[in-house]
Design a protein around this ligand. Structure first.
Ligand code: DGJ
Length: 736
């Protein structure tokens, strides 16, 4: 069992292979945080308790019963609002008396094998019970009758601990939850750099860093999605950490709506990290007997730098978060018609693309936006999910048959949560969209947002999608979402529950996704939100791949994919070879480089393949062959970021490099891309993660190197390259 409770010491200890987490129950029942860090064998960690002497003249208040202890100075496991701790709090409950002095104390606990699901919410799961153990600590607030259960799962093979919280109203009066974070962690000092993924449309998830300072810092979303702008992820690297060395703590939230990560460095230099639903746009009324479940936060501890943290997230999210038919199954190489045609296509054009694509080895055609209602631009028809037969003559069934006859699978685009003002659905149900009566509705991409908290709205959309998906052999759906939520209000919620809207909305979306997958269990779902605006672990639970960004420029993608790889496995990052000049940046990059960059994700194409010349067609064939040849090492291997494209300034050049190493360390694929060159480049790339004892052969040249040499001296890649050159090396170990 990786979790123990020592009842004499009143200490809980959670162990993963290389980390330990410890909690103490104080004499009066407060949960004190003792330790989170590298593995330690000891159980009596009580001396780590931070008891700062409180003098009678200091401003610190003391706990009435616990001699000399101030809640304002101890490390608390799950800090509550208003009863002595003045720092940011994880929990705030406003009772019927209107006050929110919240105090939770230990009541009971249980420890068991495996991991529970969270009703209505996506969460990490175990494939077998021996993968993890779970601790549930039940606390109570005797005044409000709130029973607060802190749920921890420690993984036996990965340095990951998941946390979530359940609040139950055991009283006979209602109360309001004002904040309920999924995790809280008090670290004993502030010697950390904070890393997070910031961005905007077509520039998602750029890694940024800053050192912790006294006071408040953090990130959030209030957009109704996890957002292009901030990803629900944050890491703290202890001073001196590097990509492959040192201590890093990762925090990732399995949630697709408004979130907040708050960090406060207090007056004693403690760093408190909170992560969960954004309390600024949240509230929840809990009636007697009702329960509320928070989303799940996933904490990862790494003693092998940022890379170690990422590899843990990659494994956990690939094997214990993604689900279903396509979780680990080899994904078809797809071609999407969006950048090839935008709205201007018909059945013959799609079949022409499918024909050329199939000849070159591409395996699936995805028909993007524009096939339904009277949608010839982005100004109409969202919500009218019936086929536009003037575009698809003979209907959808006929088109799919023609595509299938070419040996290609068929996929389709939907934007299920949206409604165009110019649509039959809006004309019939103007009250179905999100709005505040009396306030003008903001418009985004000429569309409003459907009220997905309503069961009748979800039923309608489900029925329409069901009809389409069961009308033909459709094996893939791209689920898009192209605007933020504003003027938030639901026609069905009473005024005291309107603050629940954002959370109810995403619960509705999750329910619809679940229903769709239950009806079509073999469907491959690809998430999308105007590019990567909802690229989060919550969506990964339903869609094992997500469109990474609307920016398909290979040079831009180097930074976007680099940032995304902090948390998300390569199998989840859809990456396509698109046309040049690139539609977003006008940059011209060679066909080879576009392919090499897209190969670092879920590989596909997005261009008018009928216009390619013979050289380009030959390159498609080569890329398709490379995808099949390197699939295993890329998708199931360990990922190493070797050169950071946002920071690389070596010799005034600028480059990016990454590497995948098979689990048995027998196969290695290394990619290096020159972003900005200089004459007579002098450079060595040092590989990582190899077996120093093994001898590796470069499969292109037959040259042999020891693993030790490749890691310590590196490959000599000095030479003259033009901007945008990509180089790929494949090594296999001798005597495998
Ligand atoms: C935004 C997506 O990111 C694109 O790939 C494309 O599907 C368009 N929407 C279609 O409107």
């Amino acid at each position: 069992m990786s979790i123990i409770y020592n009842s004499e010491l009143r200490v809980f200890k959670l162990d993963t292979p290389d980390s330990t987490y410890a909690i103490e129950v104080s004499p009066t029942g407060y949960l004190l945080h003792l330790y989170y860090g590298a593995s330690v064998p000891d159980t009596d960690l009580r001396y780590l308790r931070r008891m700062i002497g409180v003098s009678s003249t200091s401003a610190q208040v003391q706990d009435a019963k616990e001699n000399g202890m101030s809640l304002d100075t101890v490390h608390l496991e799950y800090p509550a609002e208003g009863a002595g701790d003045m720092r940011i709090s994880a929990l705030s409950i406003r009772g019927e008396n209107g006050c929110n002095a919240t105090a939770i104390k230990y009541k009971s606990h249980k420890i068991y094998n495996g991991k529970p699901a969270i009703k209505g919410l996506p969460a990490v799961y175990t494939n077998t019970d021996d993968e993890a153990d779970t601790l549930e600590i039940v606390c109570e607030d005797t005044l409000t009758g709130a029973e607060v259960t802190l749920i921890y799962t420690a993984f036996t093979q990965l340095d990951a601990i998941t946390r979530s919280v359940r609040v139950k109203n055991t009283s006979d009066r209602s109360f309001s939850i004002e904040r309920v974070h999924s995790t809280a962690l008090d670290l004993p000092d502030m010697n950390f750099e904070m890393m997070h993924l910031q961005g905007r449309w077509a520039k998602e998830r750029t890694l940024v860093k800053r050192h912790l300072q006294y006071g408040l810092q953090g990130i959030h979303s209030k957009r109704g999605t996890s957002s292009h702008h901030n990803n629900p992820f944050l890491a703290l690297g202890r001073d001196g950490y590097t990509e492959e060395t040192g201590e890093v703590y990762g925090f990732s939230l399995v949630y697709s709506s408004n979130f907040k990560v708050e960090i406060e460095v207090d007056f004693l230099g403690t760093s408190r990290v909170l992560m969960g639903i954004n309390p600024d746009t949240f509230g929840w009324l809990l009636e007697p007997g009702e329960e509320f479940a928070s989303p799940e936060a996933v904490m990862v501890y790494s003693n092998h730098g940022v890379g170690g943290m990422s590899r843990t997230y990659h494994k956990l999210y690939r094997y214990n978060l993604c689900r279903g038919e396509w979780k680990t199954k080899k994904r078809p190489i797809l071609i999407n018609n969006w950048e090839a045609t935008y709205f201007d296509f018909d059945d013959d054009k799609l079949v022409a693309i499918a024909k050329d694509a199939s000849e070159l080895g591409i395996e699936m055609l995805v028909m993007d936006d524009g096939w339904f209602g009277v949608r010839n631009n982005d100004k109409s028809s969202l919500g009218d999910w019936y086929v536009n037969e003037s575009k698809l003559k003979g209907g959808l069934g006929k088109l799919v048959e023609r595509v299938n006859a070419l040996g290609m699978k068929f996929g389709i685009w939907f934007e299920p949560e949206m409604i165009s003002p110019d649509s039959d659905l809006y004309r019939a149900h103007p009250d179905w969209c999100i709005k505040v009566e009396g306030r003008e509705m903001s418009i985004g991409r000429t569309q409003y947002v459907l009220d997905m908290s309503r069961a009748d709205v979800r039923d309608n959309i489900f029925d329409q999608m069901y009809k389409i998906l069961s009308s033909a052999n459709i094996e893939y759906v791209k689920w898009d979402f192209n605007r933020n939520l504003t003027e938030v209000g639901s026609a069905l919620l009473p005024h005291e529950r309107q603050k629940e809207f954002f959370h109810r909305y995403i619960l509705g979306v999750y329910e619809l996704l679940e229903r769709l997958l239950a009806a079509f269990p073999k469907l491959l779902l690809e998430g999308c939100a105007g590019g990567g605006g909802r690229f989060d672990p919550g969506m990964l639970y339903y869609s094992p791949q997500i469109w990474t960004s609307d920016d398909t420029d290979a040079m831009e993608r180097l930074e976007i994919q680099y940032g995304t790889s902090m948390v998300y496995p390569l199998s989840s990052m859809s990456a396509h070879v698109s046309a040049c000049p690139n539609h977003q940046t006008k940059r011209v990059t060679s066909f080879k480089t576009r392919g090499d960059v897209a190969m670092g994700g879920a590989f596909g194409y997005e261009l008018d393949i009928t216009t390619l010349n013979d050289d380009e067609r030959a390159l498609v064939r080569e890329q398709v062959a490379a995808y099949h040849k390197y699939y295993n090492v890329i998708q199931n291997g360990d990922y190493y970021r070797l050169i950071n494209p946002t920071e690389d300034k070596a010799n005034f050049t600028c480059a990016s490099a990454w590497e995948s190493v098979s689990q048995d360390k027998n196969e290695v694929l290394l990619t290096y891309v020159v972003m900005r060159t200089q004459p007579t480049l002098q450079r060595y790339i040092r590989l990582a993660g190899l077996d120093p004892e093994k001898v590796y052969t470069d499969t292109a040249t037959g040259i042999k190197y020891s693993g030790a040499l490749l890691m310590n001296a590196g490959l000599n890649i000095s030479g003259n390259y033009t901007d945008g050159t990509s180089l790929v090396w494949h090594f296999v170990a001798d005597n495998r």
